[in-house]
Design a protein around this ligand. Sequence first.
Ligand code: NAP
Length: 242
Amino acid sequence: MKYALVTGGSRGIGRAVCLQLAGMGYPVIINYSSNHEAALATRQLVEEKGGKAELLPFDVASKEAVDKALSGWADNHPDDYIAVLVNNAGIRQDAMMVFMQDTQWEEVLGASLSGFFYITRRLLKDMLSKRSGRIINMVSVSGLKGLPGQTNYSAAKAAVIGATKALAQEVGARKVTVNAVAPGYIATDMTKDLDENALKTLIPVGRFGMPEEVAALVGFLASEQAAYITGQVISINGGLYT
Ligand code: NAP
């Protein structure tokens, strides 16, 4: 069977992506870091809609944890493979660069950039040999435009954009597509400390986006209809930045 793995699937955009892909018929692997309750709630929502989901907690930034979790999963699923990978896990730790601590740099790059590398490298082998795969990387308007206070986050997301474009060219002939989705402000835990009323005046559509709106785009990129789209960064930001 073809599975979908969603990193950071316990909450926010990742939860909505799990529901979207499960609705498209994929059994979903919900990765998360530590919020077991939220992951269980995501699984329950998937099951209530008639889908299938399993939990696979691991720290995407740890090579050892990624290898251990994914090799364990493969051992338990000898006839299955992960055909859709959504590299969604990410964190923000904002600070002006002059005050930025080593850990703020390392942890933000770890979750978005190292996570992308460790997981994708491993899952690519099956996708290439089966000649079928979809890789969708969650980046950000910050990685396109750069935002003050986010040199770490902007660097991580811009790096994933570069990797998306390079990898798409490596694997296109094997029917594996690689794209990035770049949200603007989406209403999740990650943005709950922001002043939505002030920020929405900057957004042409006049509001924050919903996780389900991002998930619908991810679902399209994961579908057969999107077979000719690869190496792209698709913004979903209410017109904030193009
Ligand atoms: P969120 O609500 O804060 O959820 C973050 C998710 O990532 C959680 O499932 C969390 O797991 C998981 N996670 C964090 N670090 C991890 C690690 N090291 N290993 C495994 N899982 C980890 O975030 P969100 O707003 O949905 O954001 C999802 C993605 O979209 C991120 O990559 C973010 O950068 C990007 N994005 C978000 C926005 C926005 O406005 N919200 C805009 C642009 C881009 P736990 O539940 O266990 O903590």
